[in-house]
Design a protein around this ligand. Sequence first.
Ligand SMILES: *Cc1c(COP(=O)(O)O)cnc(C)c1O
Length: 359
Amino acid sequence: MMPLEVLEQAQKDLLCYPGAGCSVMEMSHRSPSFEGILHNTTDTLRRIMSIPDDYEILFLQGGATMQFSMTAMNLAHQGDTFCYMQTGQFATKAKEEGARWGNAVCVGSSKEDNYSYIPKCENLPENAKFLHITGNNTIFGTAFNDYETQLPSIVLPQNGEISKVPLVADWSSAILGKWIDVDKHGLIYAGAQKNCGPAGLTIVIIRKDLLEKDVDPVVPIMLRYKVAADNESMYNTPPTFAIYMAGLMFDWVEKNGGVKAMEEINVKKSSMLYDYIDNSKVFANPVNPKDRSIMNVTFTLPSKEATEDFLNLAKSKGMINLKGHRFVGGCRASIYNGMTIEGVELLVDTMKEFEKNYK
Ligand SMILES: *Cc1c(COP(=O)(O)O)cnc(C)c1O
């Protein structure tokens, strides 16, 4: 969901962006109007996430999935060793892409328990070029909620020094919904479509020293972070309309109190669901409580039929997209920033109604 205000602003500007004499979709990406949009969008993101000056913000394409490849291709040479925490479907895909490039090592997996918890990171080699994690596991509803206990100290900065092994994190489904300490990372990436606007834009936040690595000559020009950074994300035509929409989302987050305020609301929304589910006899959540996501709340019912019946009841009340991912079944409420407390209240009330009538 995107906030209604944001969609209405886009509607207002759709035919003619103020001062430009045309729609954002019709502008040259080299025009002063678009450059203004790009700079404001970058600056607002830097403010709301408190991104330090020694990090570059890049607006790329290809989705979070392209980052599965780009991270390995830019931070390691072919055949180098780098590591992955296997905490779900996207984490596994990231590792598979990394394995095309080098020695992609799994240093922690919860696959045996259907990814219902965040495993410990074991035996991370000191010469690893990076450690990749999926910060928030969208499909399974888990998250890295506490780096200090979940990650080894060699990936975290100590005494103000950068870490030995850079931490690379896919925060696609929680960016702007949960506070992230940027300075604990070498690189953060996120597909925009979960919490930052429409599809078509990928956000990369990278520590500047990592841009200076010498990159394997076979890496195509469009897949090089340095090229994107040197060209202010405009080596070629960027996804202008998606950047404009993300800018509106960033403004909305800032106007509504910033990322910490968003997190507070998301904790409240997810607690309403978890509290109800934990006391329910019909609904259940399999995730280790301390590893639960505040963005994606998964829940199961006793049977396929009950799940179908519940989804139909929810649909009759206007709630769609509650079906769980095909790999897990059950249900999943993705309660990104655009979802209101009232929306979650309606869902809990509907679950209560279903439970009352369940024989
Ligand atoms: C949705 C998602 C992806 C895939 O994103 P695309 O932009 O479609 O490539 C990757 N990682 C996570 C954590 C996601 O939630």
